[in-house]
Ligand binder design. Sequence first.
Ligand code: SF4
Ligand code: SF4
Ligand code: F3S
Length: 361
Amino acid sequence: MNTHSLHHSGISRREFLKFCTTTASLLALPPSMIPQIAQALQNAPRQSVIWLSFQECTACTESLLRTYTPATVDKLLFHLISLDYHHTLQAAAGHAAEQALAAAVKANYGKYLVIVDGSIPVGNPGYSTIAGISNKDMLLEVAKGAKAVIASGTCASYGGLPHAHPNPTGAVPIQELIRDKPVVNVPGCPPVPGSLASVIVYYLTFQKLPHLDSLKRPLPFFGQNIHNHCARLHFYEDKKFAKSFDDRGAKQGWCLLKLGCKGPLTYNACATLKWNGGVSSPIEAGHGCLGCSEPDFWDAGSFYKALPEGLHHRHRHGEGRGMGNGMGNRMGGRMGNGMGPGGGRMNGGGNRHRHGRDQEE
Ligand code: SF4
Ligand code: SF4
Ligand code: F3S
């Protein structure tokens, strides 16, 4: 994407440099890297991307389409990549769609990126097929020619909702099937759009994936828990907790821990990148974090049961990072009654070890 094509895309040099500066900042790169990002993006050929959708709900794609940071998709990201195949967005259907996929694979074999949303049913591949091809076969075939695979959303990263107990389709995440290619997980239900866009830009700039944590998540966006950057943190420190969604504390923006917020256990960029162009996040809007970027969050019990005291204190200070065994297990071990379907059964310890007196309505 040279200066000429920038101009023809309606993107000013100033907008482009702002994009590079924002990207460097989001990826925690020093300002000295900005010229390198700008040069790489200007000189790089448009990166071929093949996007496959399997057991998913389409909100991961919806999320990316609403990217505002570091750039609107239509203004910049789609000028940096060539989205050669996308199950949901493409105009082609039927045989024409399958021919488009085959053509995209053939034209850029060995060079394209694969982005996947949705999990793969391996219990019975017949649960989800496209053109008579099982999701597993399609993934393995297309991934053969990929440089790297990006799992977009919690379904692709960890199995997500289809994987929730009793997992009727035998859903598995992408990383369980792709072992011979670099795989990065960008979880969230859906993922924060800026984090997915920035991972793509990082790859275009450096031709490699950013540093990952033990769950294969990019550290710039998943290196901190939500709690540590939460706008309500000072209320948590002051032990001011809302006890219902319409009490005085809730109206004054108090901490939502007692209403089930999983922010202390959840690693994601919601509190920093936010949503809708940095306007707000679930917690700012008045609802506790559900932990949607963590494995097995659907099976972690009730979304509205408070975390045990010891658990949220421990994670407040970053301990237990990268345990890699899913929120359900992490919480289940402490909550004492086996997480499972139906939720609302997290009755293990609750608030037994409270230090001091909470303020409430
Ligand atoms: Fe939908 Fe969430 Fe799965 Fe994305 S991760 S496809 S938003 S259920
Ligand atoms: Fe914010 Fe939730 Fe932490 Fe309270 S518990 S400070 S609402 S992240
Ligand atoms: Fe998900 Fe929690 Fe963010 S529920 S969207 S990780 S605030």
